[in-house]
Write a protein of this length. Structure first.
Length: 323
């Protein structure tokens, strides 16, 4: 066995996962005082404007095929963000991240359904280990079973799996800056439109006509210096920066390989939750074993296994070449 030589791309996806892990605690802090849809309707359009300012040629010069790819990815990630963010209102950051981690075993299934991509043995072994680890830490002790937020988050895993699967295809075909910008612009348009529809319904029929979860969307924002700093981080680092390095990294690996590295997100998310929010969400020995299995899954996925037959064939080829 030997390590695969793609450390730059693996590092990019690992950094993406680390930053994503931090967003659960940061976003949950904002959602204590901000409504979820309005928060996204601010974060994503601000990120879209920043992308357009940084890469105007890639945005305004994009062709039909690039916009088609960007629209597909943008709709998937936009809808997934809505479900995950609304779900985060009703559950904990760590639990949301662990449920989102179920994306890992779904990615090879979705990738095979979309374009018949078969995962390697290393990836399959890594997925099994990471999935078992995620199962051990999926429902923190004392969480009271599944709630509405958990179910909403669970529904987003299929959207995230489809997004990761298609990202590996589109990232090889289009400019990294262009694909990152276009999908954020489409996602921002979707989220802004959804929030405007809610506001229009409230204006026409009254706030009392809205479901209880949507009634918060018409409340004024509680601005503070802390909220501004958090929003700036989520826009610049966790959206613009992350999508650039994520797209670059995933252009250089399969969707399944990326998903195995993404399985580290719950571990990072819990660490940040404990650090930033003081949440005692770690569940002791069971969660520790689960975290170790997730890490083991990532390591196993990085190994290249060679059978004796392959070694023999390589030896014969080497012998012929030396003659």
């Amino acid at each position: 066995m030997k390590l695969k030589s793609n450390l730059g791309a693996d590092g990019a996806i690992l950094l993406t996962t680390l930053i994503w892990g931090s967003t659960f605690a940061v976003a949950r802090d904002i959602l204590d005082s901000w409504p979820p849809l309005l928060y996204l309707a601010l974060r994503m359009p601000l990120a879209a404007l920043l992308f357009a300012a940084l890469f105007p040629r890639q945005v305004f010069g994009a062709g039909r095929e690039a916009w088609k790819a960007g629209a597909t990815l943008g709709l998937l990630i936009g809808l997934a963000f809505v479900g995950q963010t609304v779900g985060l209102v009703f559950t904990t950051p760590a639990k949301s991240a662990f449920i989102s981690g179920l994306t890992t075993p779904l990615v090879p299934v979705v990738a095979y359904m979309l374009y018949r991509a078969r995962p390697s043995r290393e990836n399959l072994a890594g997925i099994i280990l990471a999935s078992v680890g995620g199962a051990l830490i999926l429902a923190p002790v004392g969480a009271g079973g599944f709630n509405t937020g958990d179910l909403l988050t669970l529904g987003t895993t299929v959207l995230f799996a489809a997004h990761v699967s298609l990202m590996s295809v589109y990232a090889r075909r289009f400019d990294v800056r262009q694909l990152s910008a276009l999908q954020i612009i489409v996602a921002a348009s979707l989220l802004l439109a959804a929030w405007l529809v809610v506001r229009a319904c409230a204006a026409l029929a009254g706030v009392e006509s809205l479901p209880q979860g949507l009634a918060r969307e018409v409340e004024p924002l509680a601005w503070s210096a802390r909220a501004v700093v958090q929003l700036a981080y989520l826009v610049t680092v966790a959206t613009v920066g992350v999508f650039l390095i994520w797209t670059w990294g995933q252009a250089r690996m399969s969707a399944t390989h990326a998903a195995v590295i993404f399985s580290l997100e719950p571990v990072f998310a819990t660490g940040f939750a404990v650090l930033l929010r003081g949440s005692a969400e770690w569940t002791g020995g069971r969660a520790t074993i689960g975290a170790l299995l997730v890490v083991a899954g990532v390591i196993v996925s990085e190994l290249r296994w060679r059978t004796k037959g392959k070694k023999a064939e390589e030896g014969r080829r080497s012998g012929r070449m030396s003659l």
